[in-house]
Design a protein around this ligand. Structure first.
Ligand SMILES: [Fe+2]
Ligand SMILES: [Fe+2]
Length: 168
């Protein structure tokens, strides 16, 4: 697992602070800083061999990278909030699709899986609120890394792979 994390993540997720430290909105510090464009690199280990679900996971991964790159000012053409909205919609649609496939295939642990999906929706909402509140790059980066690690690495490699065993 450590090797995979070193291969796919921009850097190991640091401990994410639960809230921005400053009470007054801090200014974003984008100028004159070069950041790695990718938060996470897609790896064949994530593949479930279920075409549409794999494609959805890849799209979520792309959007997480776009959100990160855009926030850090590397691309700058898309507004981070627009990418965030697209990520949110794509993620919710993916969860609903996955849950319907699980129900069709009578996969066990559907309810537990749904609960975890809802927690991701809540967490992304919190990240959006932090971004809107003027959180700095230094503060948002560990939040995004932790979210990405939990969603793309931990969840896909455990619960989604487990689900895939029951899918036709
Ligand atoms: Fe899932
Ligand atoms: Fe999934």
């Amino acid at each position: 697992m450590r090797r995979l994390l070193a291969r796919v993540l921009a850097e190991p997720a640091a401990k994410a602070p639960s809230k921005p430290a400053a009470k007054t909105p801090a200014k974003k510090t984008r100028a004159n800083v070069t950041y790695a464009a990718e938060l996470i690199r897609w790896d064949s280990a994530f593949t479930l061999d279920h075409g549409r679900i794999d494609e959805e996971h890849r799209k979520i991964t792309r959007l997480l990278n776009m959100l990160y790159a855009d926030w850090m000012g590397s691309h700058g053409k898309l507004s981070p909030m627009r990418v965030l909205d697209e990520l949110n919609t794509t993620m919710i649609r993916h969860f609903l699709h996955e849950e319907s496939v699980m129900a069709e295939n009578k996969c066990p642990h559907l309810n537990e899986h749904k609960v975890v999906h809802r927690l991701f929706v809540r967490d992304l909402k919190e990240i959006g609120a932090m971004m809107r509140s003027g959180i700095t790059d230094t503060e948002i980066k560990p939040q995004l890394l932790t979210f990405t690690r939990r969603l793309v690495v931990d969840h896909v490699l455990t619960m989604d792979h487990d689900m895939a065993q029951y899918m036709r």
